[in-house]
Design a binder for this molecule. Structure first.
Ligand SMILES: [Zn+2]
Length: 196
């Protein structure tokens, strides 16, 4: 089932999300629905707060990036095969000199900006079977993981922009919250006027 993606301005996107246990109700169905929602919107990641749940769960599937010719063949192969479910994730370390990458977000349609982040990340998480893993990622995969991880910390990529950039996109963000935007996937807008 495709779930509506929560738009910029909804308080759920600003909460520090809570850990979950194996007993979280209907977790398998939730993960399936989130996958379907992410793929339906052509996203490379989706975090639970983006579908209205303040829990520490996010998915990453970088396959849609694999066709992009800015990446080397080796990178494309990696991107094609990177699918993960991150539960109760914790970033242990970020390393290296910050680099810029043009980011977007399903909750902030039509806004794309260069964001600076460190290139290498060590993350500890549980998979869908609650098995614990510690993995190190770099490059574009690290980037997607960092973006999604920020969602469970209540942080959005627009928070990381310069104050000038923030001022420039302020109106656009306000319109997104009000639903004054064309999107081709289901969304829920916090400030949309209810139709009678
Ligand atoms: Zn996002």
């Amino acid at each position: 089932m495709i779930l509506p993606v929560v738009a910029y301005g909804d308080p759920v996107l600003r909460k520090k999300a809570e850990p979950i246990t194996k007993d979280y109700p209907n977790l398998d169905a939730l993960i399936e629905n989130m996958k379907e929602t992410m793929h339906g919107a052509l996203g490379v990641g989706l975090a639970a707060p983006q579908i209205g749940l303040p829990i520490r769960l996010f998915l990453v599937d970088t396959e849609p990036f694999a066709e992009d010719e800015v990446f080397t063949e080796e990178e494309q192969e990696q991107l094609k095969n990177f699918q993960r479910i991150f539960i109760n994730a914790e970033i242990l370390e970020e390393e290296g000199d910050e680099w810029a990458f043009n980011e977007g977000c399903l909750s902030i349609p039509d806004v794309r900006e260069d964001v600076f982040r460190q290139p290498k990340v060590t993350i500890k998480y549980q998979d869908e079977n609650f098995k614990t893993h510690t993995e190190v990622y770099d490059g574009i995969i690290a980037r997607v993981v960092q973006h999604e991880y920020d969602h469970i910390e209540g942080i959005l990529f627009t928070d990381k922009l310069s104050s000038l950039k923030k001022r420039l996109i302020k109106g656009k963000l306000a319109n997104i919250s009000k639903g004054k935007i064309q999107v081709d996937y289901r969304m829920r807008f916090p400030l949309m006027k209810k139709k009678r």
